[in-house]
Design a protein around this ligand. Structure first.
Ligand SMILES: Cc1ncc(COP(=O)(O)O)c(C=O)c1O
Length: 390
């Protein structure tokens, strides 16, 4: 019988395609016409808007979450000889930024249900050199911040929250990114608030926030971007060897519009999450756990588990079959110790982090963007039904 896909190639459902409106397009055009594309008043406005949304003390816009993590680690005074504990169930950037700061990354396995770093595993990995913990609110699910903060207080550790998935996430009424010392946001194309590429640091401490601002623009004295403004040329002075991590106004104007619609988009993803839960629960695959009470899940990723024995298909064959049906899918993530660089450099072995290993080898992220129509969601469900019924 001839194969008939749920969606033809020309209707391929792109994974993580963002919900962008006319407001974003008009804002970009207006900025381009203004002649000021680079870092300036709009980046400052986006910082103020996000600071208010999160209830943060300080916010510094940068050009990625990777930059945000790197600068937070540096501003915390972490460097060679220090160890930083993070999760094996994350994007490589979380680990790479620890390495770029000159410190040593240490992994602590995840809880098999929440997929978030397990505080008991963190405690087991603490040594006299441990300086910080970087928890990732995986898929938008809040980490156990009570337990992590208690460990940090006991051992005098810094907490840098990786909030790449966690714009809307809350834990017991507190917003993710404001519970630890630093919170790092991502506005990458697939994220819940997008600017194309982009990120932000939320910081508690004013001095550290000011240092991050300087480090993000070559180490030039504060407000160096104003040197091309209309109130006279200003010299800048380099205070330390910084980075080119600044966010452009062209990016910020997209973020400003996106943040205005953050709640509506969250509600849409919550509805999609619920529908998946209702319709996929009858199938052989395993679904993500419900959000914990007293938390707000950001619904950034919807990860199903494809266990070969239970589903009658391997995870990788499932990925290919969904793609053939015109549905874009993702893997978040192969566990960090699966990658050759870390095996070679740190001797990490996936077997030592068994929960992350299993999740990484079974997980498939199906689309959950606010842009999805009811018909799109129906197509995803139909494709999964057909793939599992082969
Ligand atoms: C958990 C996590 N941390 C960090 C990052 C890095 O974000 P960015 O692409 O904005 O640098 C990502 C991006 O996918 C991520 O998912």
């Amino acid at each position: 019988m001839k194969f008939s896909p749920v969606r033809s190639k020309d209707r391929f459902l792109v994974f993580g395609s963002p919900a962008l409106g006319d407001a974003e397009i008009e804002a970009v055009v207006k900025t381009m016409k203004s002649g000021w594309l680079g870092t300036g008043p709009k980046a400052a406005e986006f910082e103020a808007d996000m600071k208010a949304y999160k209830g943060a003390s300080h916010a510094v816009a940068v050009n990625s979450c990777t930059a945000a993590l790197h600068l937070s680690i540096l501003a915390a005074g972490i460097g060679p000889g220090d160890e930083v504990i993070t999760t094996p169930m994350t994007f490589c950037a979380t680990v790479n930024t620890i390495i770029h700061a000159g410190a040593t990354p240490v992994l602590a396995d995840v809880d098999p249900v929440t997929m978030n770093i397990d505080p008991r595993e963190v405690e087991r990995r603490i040594t006299p050199r441990t300086r910080a913990i970087i928890p990732v609110h995986f898929a938008g699910r809040a980490c156990d911040m009570d337990a992590l903060c208690a460990i940090a207080a006991r051992h005098k550790l810094i907490i840098i929250e990786d909030c790449a998935h966690a714009i809307e996430t809350e834990h017991k009424g507190r917003k993710a990114g404001t519970i630890g010392d630093f919170g790092c946001l991502s506005f990458y194309v697939t994220k819940n608030v997008v600017t194309g590429e982009g990120g932000m640091v939320l910081a508690r401490n004013e001095e550290q926030a000011a240092r991050i601002k300087v480090l993000a623009l070559h180490g030039m004295s504060k407000d160096a971007w104003k040197r091309f403004g209309d109130d006279g040329y200003k010299h800048y002075y380099v205070q330390e060897a910084g980075f080119k991590y600044n966010m452009m106004d062209l990016q910020a104007v997209i973020g400003i519009e996106q943040l205005r619609r953050v709640n509506g988009n969250w509600k849409r993803r919550e509805a999609v999450w619920r529908r998946y839960g209702e319709e996929l629960s009858k199938l052989a695959l395993a679904l993500p756990a419900d959000p914990e009470p007293d938390t707000r899940h950001a619904y950034h990723l919807y990860s199903v588990m494809i266990d070969n024995e239970r589903c009658g298909i391997s995870r990788d064959d499932f990925l290919n079959a969904m793609t053939r049906h015109g549905i874009g899918v993702g893997v978040h993530y192969l566990s960090i110790p699966e990658h050759p660089y870390y095996q070679k450099t740190y001797g990490w072995n996936p077997e030592d982090y068994p929960h992350a290993k299993r999740i990484g080898r079974q997980t498939v992220s199906i689309p959950i963007s606010a842009k999805l129509t009811d018909a799109d969601v129906g197509d995803v469900i139909e494709a999964i039904r057909r793939v599992l019924a082969r």
